[in-house]
Design a protein. Sequence first.
Length: 132
Amino acid sequence: MRILHTMLRVGNLQRSIDFYRDVLGMNLLRTTERPDQKYDLAFMGYGTNPEHAEIELTYNYGVETYELGTAFGHLAIGVPDVAATCAAVRDKAAALGGAITREPGPVKGGTTVIAFIADPDGYKIELIERRT
């Protein structure tokens, strides 16, 4: 067994594609339009299934915002240098409706360096430093 994808509901599909591509460096892997069912999909990732997990962005026609609730936590992405990544994406994220919500620093009670970015819909993405 393996994780294939995580689905996120988004209020503006193109804005979310732009964010995940231009801020986080993911590739747009494929799209599906389902006008009869009133939704469109975009799959984003650093590679394709089954070798890599993907993010499925789902736009339901006419829905611009969602209540995120308290159950979902965050996605996590490994980067070689959290501070450099935040510096590189700060302006791009803000221009696309995202923001750095936790500046780079050690995780509470540990030494691993992390930061958090929120996407335009408010989903949190944790950057975890994984030096090579």
